[in-house]
Design a protein around this ligand. Structure first.
Ligand SMILES: Cc1cc2nc3c(=O)[nH]c(=O)nc-3n(C[C@H](O)[C@H](O)[C@H](O)COP(=O)(O)OP(=O)(O)OC[C@H]3O[C@@H](n4cnc5c(N)ncnc54)[C@H](O)[C@@H]3O)c2cc1C
Length: 577
């Protein structure tokens, strides 16, 4: 029995009051809902508690069975969703709206950290308790450096810690998915799904939706340094674009962002927080999913661990893995679903051989290009990431841009290195990388971090395209538009002159753009992990729904595409019933 628990006789659940875990500003009240019933009348103590932070979030935390002998099925919902991130939140909402019961199981806590909700708070979330703090293996083609990859661990997942930039990618990205056999995933099919989610402040148009759960706003009160970036790029010949999600993606301009009334609008806040009163919803936070329970080749349950111990939840209809590009392949592998060699090396019993699990890992890349300023900049505004540029490198061989340099009005070291006291960053960015890596579990112990090897810069295309981006960004950084800030080049310390020096700089500095995808790749070939309906190949009752299913990464930030994947999954699931 867990510490401090009492047995709620009528419900046969161990009730674990945990007022010490309730963050400041959150009030508690007795149980309104459990996994089985909404009222726990016979209890003399609260057996679950409700957390309500005014204007932010309101969630029921459920106390669940924690003793031997609880039959699988004591906690049964129609659908279990593992992971409350960008895709999982959308799917949860759509399934609830269709009248189904849904149990969301999330490893992280409630989204009560104030830094989640302030648009300028995201740097403070890096390396916090809300971060999985993923570390890669030493990267052979990047000076043997291990890379730090933040990933969101809380309600909202990475949409609760990201930079809030709302970009969908280029239409060619989705048409390429469809051309590879993923019927129903071309641009004309997915554009209505992007629009369905959206409540754009400009209202409905050919490219935008209104009335959807996710608020998308234009940035106001722009920072003078962002304006200088746009002015410099335009002066150097880049076209000005006023909406990267409309007709012309190419060019320089200001971002639109998932910010509502001055606060982050995470996928959780947009899609699930407004329907927390729905009695068909169960949310379990602080619960690490350790494996899927399989009955032959059918997924029937989910094993997870909370402070109360190991629990099992059962799904009457389907289980959906939405644990993100790192979490989803790990859960499959821990369940015996994966490549023979990977499972054997980790000592995991093979249940379903799927060679593609954990393969095809890729990410956009950024290179730190930092300027120190002679005097402090005015404080950061909006999301600290107001402007960017889409452009072609000399390597690009198609219509869509392959570079996405980003302006940050703070010093941002992509190698984790030194920074000036005050400054800004004009970061060369690559969004059509060709290098591919792998992820595999290190052992059968769910608490052990997986072995993550993105193999960055293995393909020369990536190095050469980034070299063009470095040159482009340094030209912009040297433009007179920045003169009022009295900038000096800070990183790199020594100006690279030759192409070889630029290549060396890239290998020394390149880091993540935070957009990892691809480890449970959708497709119709032998290495596909999910089919175009997102069903795990060879296992019934199981889908993967998150950024891990992307066959190739879209050219642009990946939150909006992950939200679209949640929308698409809801159509696929509901049309299957
Ligand atoms: C620092 C940062 C900045 C970014 N900036 C932007 C940006 O400005 N714009 C943009 O479009 N994109 C941005 N992104 C990327 C974008 O947020 C992600 O691509 C997107 O959120 C991925 O969605 P997902 O559903 O695949 O995964 P996630 O949103 O990461 O959700 C996965 C969820 O699963 C949970 N989970 C994992 N393993 C388990 C387990 N075993 N048991 C239970 N739960 C589990 C996680 O805690 C998490 O809540 C950024 C990302 C980061 C980290």
């Amino acid at each position: 029995m867990p510490d401090g628990a009492h047995l709620c006789a009528s419900l046969r659940i161990w009730a674990v009051p945990a007022p010490d875990r309730v963050p400041t500003g959150i009030t508690t009240s007795p149980c309104h809902r459990s996994t089985r019933t909404r009222q726990c009348a016979p209890c003399t103590q609260p057996c679950a508690w409700r957390q309500c932070e005014v204007g932010v979030t309101c969630v029921t935390v459920v106390a669940t069975p924690a003793y031997e002998g609880v039959p699988v099925g004591d906690q049964t919902s129609d659908y279990i969703i593992i992971g409350a991130g960008s895709s999982g939140s959308v799917l949860a909402r759509r399934l609830l709206d269709a009248g189904h019961s849904v149990h969301v199981i999330e490893a992280g806590p409630v989204d009560s950290n104030p830094n989640i909700h302030s648009p300028q708070g995201w740097p403070a979330l890096l390396l916090s308790d809300n971060d999985w703090k993923v570390m890669t293996t030493p990267q052979h083609h990047a000076a043997d450096r291990s890379l730090y990859w933040p990933r969101g661990k809380m309600l909202g997942g990475s949409s609760s810690m990201n930079g809030m930039i709302y970009i969908r990618g280029h239409r060619d990205d989705y048409d390429a998915w469809a051309a590879a056999g993923n019927t129903g995933w071309g641009w004309d099919a997915v554009l209505p799904l992007f629009k369905r989610s959206e409540d754009h402040e400009d209202g409905a148009s050919e490219f935008h939706g209104s009335g959807g759960p996710l608020h998308v706003s234009r940035l106001q009160n722009l920072h003078p340094a962002s304006q200088a970036f746009v002015d410099a790029a335009v002066a150097l010949g880049h076209p000005l674009t006023e909406d990267f999600n409309a007709k012309m993606m190419e060019g320089v301009g200001f971002n639109h962002a998932t910010i509502k009334d001055g606060r982050r609008h995470s996928a959780w806040q947009a899609f699930v927080a407004p329907v927390l009163e729905n009695s068909a919803l169960t949310v379990t936070t602080d619960a690490l999913v350790t494996r899927l329970v399989l009955d032959g080749a059918r997924a029937i349950g989910v094993e997870y661990v909370t402070a109360a111990g190991t629990q099992i939840a059962r799904a009457a209809a389907e289980i959906i893995v939405s644990a993100g590009t790192i979490g989803s392949p790990k859960i499959l592998q821990l369940s015996g679903i994966g490549a023979r060699d990977d499972l054997d090396a980790a000592g995991i019993e093979r249940r379903v051989e799927l060679p593609g699990v954990g393969k095809n890992l890729h990410d956009h890349l950024l290179v730190g290009n930092i300027y120190a300023t002679g005097e402090p900049l005015v404080p950061g505004r909006n999301n600290l990431l107001e402007a960017q540029l889409f452009a072609h490198s000399s390597q690009a061989d198609d219509d869509a841009p392959d570079l996405q340099p980003l302006f940050l009005h703070l010093p941002y070291p992509t190698d984790g290195g030194r920074v000036p006291e005050q400054g800004y960053t004009i970061a060369p960015g690559l969004v059509a990388p060709r290098s591919r890596g792998t992820l595999r579990v290190a052992s059968a112990d769910p608490a052990t971090a997986p072995i993550v090897d993105p193999n960055i810069l293995a393909d020369d295309y990536d190095v050469e395209a980034l070299a063009d981006a470095v040159i482009m960004c340094r030209q912009i950084g040297g433009h007179d538009a920045f003169a009022p800030f009295r900038p000096t080049e800070y990183v790199p310390e020594t100006t690279p002159v030759t192409r070889d020096e630029i290549r060396a700089l890239i290998r020394a500095l390149a880091g993540t753009y935070h957009h990892q995808v691809g480890t449970c790749r959708m497709g119709v070939d032998d290495h596909a992990v999910v089919d175009p309906a997102l069903r795990v190949v060879g296992v019934s009752g199981l889908r993967v729904v998150d950024a891990s299913i992307m066959p190739t990464i879209p050219r642009g930030n990946t939150n909006a595409p992950s939200i679209m994947i949640g929308e698409k999954a809801s159509d696929l699931i509901l049309s299957d019933i």
